[in-house]
Structure formats: C-alpha cells, structure tokens
Design a protein around this ligand. Structure first.
Ligand SMILES: NC(=O)c1ccc[n+]([C@@H]2O[C@H](COP(=O)([O-])OP(=O)(O)OC[C@H]3O[C@@H](n4cnc5c(N)ncnc54)[C@H](OP(=O)(O)O)[C@@H]3O)[C@@H](O)[C@H]2O)c1
Length: 269
C-alpha cells in the first residue's frame, strides 16, 4: 500500500496531538496543522515525522493556503475545537458567534476545501464532535449548539459524500483529559458574575469536576480515530468510551426528550 496522507486540525495539544502521533506511527503521512506552529514542540518531541503546517480553521484564507499545492489527500480529521461554558444572560451574542466560528464554521471551511481532494482519493472525513453534539448540557448552550450543528451537517453530508466514494464519520468523546477545560473561557469570578444562576453553575461545576476526574486519555480517543481511518466500513458514529455510550444512548432512545431533561436537571439541582 502506498503511503496515505491525512490532514489533522488542532494538533498543538490534546486529541489532535495524540492523533497526529498515532497516525504517523501507523504509517500515515500526517499533515499536522495548528494555528500557531510555534506550539509544535510537543508534537516534534514525540519523535515522529510529520509535516507541520499553519492552519486557523476560522480563516478561509489560511485554509486555502494550507491546502494549496496538495496533490493528494486520503483523509481529513476535523479535530480543532474549543469548549465554552457561560451563562447566556451574562455573555454576548458575539461570544456565542465566536464559539460557532471555531466549532462549526471551522469544520465547514476545512471540509469544503478538502472535499475535491477526498473525492479524488475516495477518502474519508472524520470529525471530532462530542457527546455535547447529542445531548445539550447546562451552561454549554453555545458549545452544544455548535456541536449539534456539526452533527447535523455531517449526518446530512454523509449520504451525499458516499455517492462520490467519500465516507463521513463523527467521533463523540465524553470527558477527555486535555487542555480543553483550561480553555473553556470561564472567568475566575464566574460564580460572582452568574447572578441568579450562581447556585446552578456551582452545582454544574462540581458535577463536571467529578466527570473529568474519570476522564479518558487523548491517546485512547486517538487510537479509535486511527482505527476509523483504516476501517474497511467506517461507522458513521463512534462513541469513544462506555461513559459516552451510556450518556449519548440516553438521548438516542429518548423519543420524547424527558429522559435527557431528567438527567441534566439533576446536574443543576
Ligand atoms: N476534552 C474533552 O473533554 C472533549 C470532549 C468531547 C469533545 N472534545 C472535542 O475534541 C476536540 C479536541 O479538543 P481537546 O480535548 O484535544 O482540547 P485541546 O487540548 O484544547 O485542543 C484543542 C485544539 O484545537 C485547536 N484550535 C482551537 N481553535 C482553533 C482554530 N481557530 N484553528 C485551528 N485550531 C484551533 C487548539 O489550538 P491552540 O493551541 O492554538 O488553541 C488545540 O490544538 C475539540 O473539537 C473538542 O470540542 C473534547
């Protein structure tokens, strides 16, 4: 088999970094992209050979420049994303738009630009969404809206792309121990700022600390992404842990929405 090429977004840390390393070790030619290539240290220290390129998924010119000159692409891993925890009344519409820009339009920008190459190779698109793309979670309104949007986009694209020989999959982790929590943009004084929602936010944060105490490793998620890249018949949806499967399963069989409301209401009680 000739060496296949995969482009991965957001490889400066976490799942993207681990996926770049795992894919390179599995024999892929990895185009490891990040918005600031000065952050490539951890990737280069892993001792793998990868092609590090600058790519800010929110900037169409950056996407175009990154893909320019590529004559072959067998797979795209849309991994770049950023969490966001906030109280809707205290945040601005611009805050919410920024969350959509990186988590939804970023995925759209890169997928749209990569599809002609993926069609030519009969390749695949793997997008890291989240259990937050299946179940809306308290204080994650903007983040879950963006991940729901990605899920709807990919679920709709999958049968269309399949007609051109391109497979489309989503990967839905639960809590993963990465830089994600540090980057959710929660101010130190968020509880003071939360006004009438302070008790609910406090309960949510307490519950979330518990969930992240049992977080999955980025390497575990990465191994499943690399398996998906090589799978003969890639699944559309991969839930990456038993916790994620049980959680998302609540929704997937919750025909009137009551099971999810009961579950997440308990998080803020
Ligand atoms: N960690 C979790 O609990 C969890 C759970 C479910 C799903 N996810 C999803 O998993 C994916 C990876 O997150 P992670 O957990 O590995 O968190 P992470 O360590 O914070 O990694 C996020 C990556 O995305 C990059 N990124 C952010 N904005 C970008 C932009 N505009 N253009 C290009 N890259 C950008 C970051 O780059 P910089 O270093 O430049 O910021 C970083 O490399 C995300 O899509 C996230 O939503 C995470």
């Amino acid at each position: 088999m000739s060496t296949k090429t995969v482009l991965i977004t957001g490889t400066s840390s976490g799942i993207g970094l681990a996926t770049a390393v795992a894919a390179a070790r599995s024999g892929w030619h990895v185009i490891a992209t990040m918005r600031d290539t000065a952050k490539a240290g951890a990737l280069l220290e892993a001792g793998v050979t990868v092609d590090v390129r600058a790519l800010d998924v929110t900037d169409p010119a950056s996407v175009e420049a990154c893909l320019a000159g590529l004559d072959r692409l067998d797979a795209l891993v849309n991994n770049a994303g950023a969490g966001h925890v906030g109280t809707l009344e205290q945040e601005s519409v611009e805050d919410v738009r920024a969350v959509m820009e990186v988590n939804f339009f970023g995925v759209l920008n890169v997928t749209k630009a990569a599809l002609p190459l993926l069609r030519a190779s009969k390749g695949r698109v793997v997008t890291v969404t989240s259990v937050g793309g299946v179940i809306g979670q308290p204080f994650n309104e903007a983040y879950c809206a963006a991940k729901f949007a990605v899920e709807g986009f990919m679920e709709s694209l999958a049968p269309v792309a399949a007609t051109a020989g391109v497979s489309v999959s989503v990967v839905e982790p639960g809590a993963v121990a990465s830089e994600f929590v540090r980057n959710v943009g929660l101010a130190d004084n968020a509880l003071e700022q939360a006004g009438p929602y302070a008790p609910a936010l406090s309960a949510y944060l307490e519950r979330t600390r518990g969930a992240f105490a049992a977080a999955q490793t980025p390497q575990d998620v990465a191994a499943q992404i690399v398996d998906l890249l090589a799978a003969e018949r890639p699944a559309f949806r991969v839930l990456t842990s038993d916790v994620a499967r049980a959680f998302a399963g609540t929704k997937l069989k919750d025909l009137d929405g009551s099971a999810v409301q009961t579950l997440t209401s308990a998080w803020v009680a």
